[in-house]
Design a protein around this ligand. Sequence first.
Ligand code: AHM
Ligand code: MG
Length: 411
Amino acid sequence: MRISFAAVTLCSLYGNSLAFTRSTFHRPTTVALSATIEEKVAKTRVPVFDEVCDTTGVTLKRFMSEVAMLNPELKELTVLFGGVDTACKALSNLVKRSQLPSSETLGYEGNVNIQGEDQKKLDVIANDVLKRALRFTGRLGVLASEEEDTPVDVMPDNVKRNEIVIDESEKYVAVFDPLDGSSNIDAGCPTGTIIGIYEHDENCVIDEDCIGDECTEQEAACLANTLQPGTNLVAAAYCLYSSSTFFALTLGNGVYMFTLDDQIGEFVLSNPDVKIPESSSIMSFNSANYDDWDQPLKDVVKGWENGTGKSKTAFSSRYIGAMVGDVHRTLLYGGVFGYPSDKKSPNGKLRLLYEGAPMSFIMEQAGGLATTGTQRVMEIMPEIVHQRVPMMMGSKNDIEEIIEAYADWKQ
Ligand code: AHM
Ligand code: MG
């Protein structure tokens, strides 16, 4: 009896601080809109937490189960996020332990991925952890990852198709970068995981009787499902492995940030409505590439350095060199993060499908913008899985300054 009384007193009724609004969400529009891509208007209903336990807070699990109750059509998505939840915790542990001599996970694997980059051991391990965690939810049809040459069907190779029950459970397509910024890993600096979830195209019908090569054409059509513009994303998230482990999520109705509480092993809601400041004084680029950037970006950045830009504020520079960390700081403090086009890399460095689009979705849902300079990143239709995209994202007013400079330059 005593124990249950203590548990009750530890849990109190919350007032407004965690009261989310139940509203229909309309995504923000940006300056460079193309009318050719029809954007879905998300109608995710988000929960109001009237009663919260002071000890545990609102866990990601509770958040997702309440989202599922309010939005029955998203039930499978919330199950999928159960897999992401587990994978991020496992990766957080792997990253944390990687510095110990006994872990033997630092350094290179010895393989080169499809983009010609050396794979770190942890890149490969992280890919495997995520792939399995998502596959075991049974809610996924196809996934594409930075570490996979081509999108992969999540059915294990040794299982015959006709042994698998194919039903509405294969509803989603996941794209991810398992360990972004992995060049930071050996130094123990921040890294992250990026995840984007699209709906599986309903035209992607798999014949339950086909086996192996007989399925090839159908499979090819299904695998092409990964090539969708960011405007089709139904959810995006990142995990940041840093001083704490963070999990930021959008379901198309704002951005929710959770922090991992190691004591209870759960992600706990720490910011229910992330909003990026509209203006800032922080820029985050690899400025060693400055001389090769497009002229309008050079001009804007010069203005920010001198305090002669639109806001007449002198900017500071912050650059971790790991996108998840740089975008996380940008969301919280405001600013501009970018990996723009340059003479050597006209398409920049970052990948559209599993870096650019999901992070742009999160940025826009927090009230910011994401552009190539001339086009909204979310509206770009990918042609290949590992396509690169020049990208600048962050505080609305500062990104608009860049967009305007590019518009003047083009005229
Ligand atoms: P990765 O996916 O191979 O880790 O590369 C992406 C990373 C981003 O996290 C980061 O913004 C960028 O590469 C840093 O590149 P650079 O070292 O050229 O500044
Ligand atoms: Mg990456």
